[in-house]
Write a protein that binds this ligand. Sequence first.
Ligand code: NAD
Ligand code: IPM
Ligand code: MN
Length: 360
Amino acid sequence: MTSTNVQTLLLLPGDGIGPEVTEEARRVAVHVAPDLQIDSAFFGGASYDQFGTPLTEAVMAQARSSDAILMGAVGGPKWDGVARDKRPEAALLAMRKNLDVYANLRPAFCFPSLAGASALKKELVEGLDIMIVRELTSGVYFGQPKTIETLANGERRGVDTQSYTTSEIRRVAARAFELARGRVRTSKFAGVLSCEKSNVMDSGLLWREEVTRLHAEQYGDVKLDHMLADAAAMHLVKAPKDINVLLADNLFGDILSDEAAMLTGSIGMLPSAALGDPGVPGLYEPVHGSAPDIAGKGLANPIAAILSLEMVMRWSLGRPETADRIFNAVNKALVDGARTADLGGSMSTRQMADAIMKHL
Ligand code: NAD
Ligand code: IPM
Ligand code: MN
């Protein structure tokens, strides 16, 4: 947080299409919040190329002292041979962990005019509005040991450790329950749908027990359902509108959110917010990656980045009217028929952003 009244946004454009979509979000930010101080820094592969590390201490410090951070995307084949701890993705994980932004909000919202663009039948996704809450700073992404070792017989063994503590589960579950309180529904899973594999994993069993306990203690007014994560993957394509707030651990949340993205028409549509305790800057990023296959061609859909900016306004900067303005402009552009290639159209990244800005 800054000591003055000026709010600060740090842009970390990153790699691949990251800089392309972040630039459009920046233009929107300048337009709707001219008082905002916007800085930009190298991150991911771009930082590795410049400084030999994907995340410098200076950028980490700058992130900590910002009100919000908006990332593009990191990674790409260029850095495939780089040591794991220097890979672009390591910067992303370190940023999340260092900021302790444990609650990752990934809304899957189907704009009415895009219901036909979904991989599913129109009637299954029309009106879809799911909030995925993914635990972001623990689980198999961070558990120790994490290693590739060579065994006595010469075989290699890769090890990752799934681990969750009571407090790690409770704090993210509390976020999910609180979000559900503000999203009243009448659908089958009208409150929180908590997903794990408690049938095979001890961490999954603990997850179910702790979520159930927290619910009984503090959130009895919110409906709580549990589902095994594999069944939830199925339910997401069978009857997605049954679901309101979907709570999952780091790995299951990663997978289920990509799946949910396709319900909305394209992964180029999905924004996200990673939030920690009050006072911690929020980390915002499109759910999509650096899309090496289309990078540099001006084809990327900038909507996920622009809606990530919408989430910045709503969740970190206390500007809900500005957030609404951005959201409505995206909706209007889509109603007008604005479509990038991933949505079946032919607009460039810039043209799509211009179509949105026309309505701001
Ligand atoms: P990806 O999301 O980059 O691409 C998957 C597919 O979706 C590709 O066909 C791509 O062209 C398309 N796509 C993605 N975003 C799009 C957009 N905005 N508009 C139009 N089409 C879009 O996933 P991937 O190919 O599995 O990963 C590529 C790299 O990105 C990897 O190095 C991966 O580690 C990294 N990655 C980074 C992040 C992040 O920075 N948050 C997230 C996911 C993947
Ligand atoms: C995401 C990405 C990241 C993740 C990768 C790039 C480390 O897939 O943000 O969804 O797995 O969390
Ligand atoms: Mn992912």
